[in-house]
Write a protein that binds this ligand. Structure first.
Ligand SMILES: [Zn+2]
Length: 375
């Protein structure tokens, strides 16, 4: 989620020309939407910040399982745990639920080894521009720093929350405090729970003293980003109490540990995210409101660099424009890893609407079209 130190303010019209060009290019290269079988009742968008496609598709990198490049103390222990001869074995150690359930029963885009490209179109390669792109359906060159302030764009979450069918059934849970601005919490008309503020009754329904205590007393490694585990606890309480139909979940540790060059803890947090997604999926499937009627979309907001630049992302970091994307659950046919099929981050917003039987393009004609289309 960090952005490069010097965020340049661009006041020229050039970025609009560039983004229009990118929009045309992405329209030409986007594969036809995959047909979904029926509308979903509920959609969950899950984002783990800055998790590279390299680890998702090929597992731990031997060069980074090291003291110098990976910042690992006990390299032997981590090699034993995370190194295997094949990419298929390695990636499954990090994300077993993703590979055994999500990829097996759903669709995954973005493995360059199979000719599939999942790309951002905002060109910035850091968090706020990426989250705006996926939530509002188009890159916005005005958003050029993470402390940009309240989002001027209407997200698909805000748009759905205004519809009677979704009233009080849209919410966003995340570790990073900036989601209050990205979703424009003051204007959005839906719950945004983000950062270190302890969960309120409005967000989790019933008091949870031990969770409240962990929000108040945990040492803050990052000022504006809580750890994934307490946020997950608040999220599960929220889902059981409020039963949202449209839900955003934002995990932050995969980005933060990478910035601190802790490959060991980045791998650990990716494992935790995989377990958290499984936990959320199974909790929801145990509830009649969700069972067989819920679709998950899982992605990341940006990529990162290669080799020694694995810790970094931003406009100048080669490769950080490449992301990955998965969908599974109600209405999604098992296709596994897509070959020679391209998607963009901007397509996520209209896909969420489409899965719910709504057409986001009616509101936002510039929004990229869905990658999943309900028949
Ligand atoms: Zn970052």
């Amino acid at each position: 989620m960090h952005q490069p130190g010097a965020a340049v303010t661009k006041k020229l019209q050039l970025p609009f020309v560039v983004s229009a060009f990118i929009a045309v290019v992405s329209l030409l290269s986007a594969a036809p939407a995959v047909r979904a079988q029926a509308p979903a009742e509920n959609v969950v968008l899950i984002v783990t910040d800055g998790l590279r496609w390299q680890e998702l598709f090929t597992g731990a990198d031997s060069m980074l399982l090291s003291r110098r490049m990976g910042g690992i103390g006990d390299t032997a222990k981590y090699k034993r745990e995370f190194w295997r001869p094949t990419a298929t074995e390695r990636r499954r150690i990090i994300m077993p639920f993703f590979w055994d359930s999500i990829a097996a029963k759903g669709i995954v885009w973005g493995n360059p080894g199979l000719g599939s490209n999942a790309m951002i179109t905002n060109g910035k390669k850091f968090s706020y521009p990426g989250y705006n792109e996926m939530l509002a359906g188009a890159a916005d060159p005005r958003i050029n720093k993470n402390d940009f302030g309240p989002n001027p764009n209407t997200t698909v979450f805000e748009w759905l929350a205004a519809k009677p069918a979704f009233a009080a059934k849209v919410s966003a849970f995340a570790t990073w405090g900036v989601f209050n601005e990205i979703f424009n919490a003051k204007r959005a008309g839906h719950l945004v729970f983000a950062g270190w503020e302890p969960p309120s009754m409005a967000s989790i329904g019933t008091p949870d003293p031990s969770l409240d205590r962990s929000y108040r007393t945990t040492t803050r490694i990052w000022d504006n980003n809580t750890l994934d585990a307490p946020m997950q606890a608040a999220l599960l309480n929220h889902v059981k109490a409020k039963k949202p139909r449209v839900l955003f979940v934002g995990y932050g540790e995969t980005d933060e540990w990478a910035h601190l060059r802790r490959y060991d803890l980045m791998l650990r947090s990716a494992q935790s995210v995989d377990a958290f997604i499984a936990e959320l999926w199974h909790s929801m499937q145990a509830m009649p409101e969700y069972r067989g009627r819920t679709t998950f979309i899982i992605t990341t907001d940006h990529g990162r660099g290669e080799l020694d630049a694995w810790t970094d992302h931003g406009e100048d970091v080669v490769g950080a424009e490449r992301i990955w994307l998965a969908a599974f659950g109600a209405g999604v046919t098992a296709r596994g890893e897509m070959r020679n099929a391209n998607v963009t981050q901007a397509q996520i917003a209209s896909t969420i609407a489409s899965l719910l039987g709504e057409d986001f393009a009616k509101f936002h004609p510039r929004a990229a079209r869905p990658f999943l289309q309900v028949r």
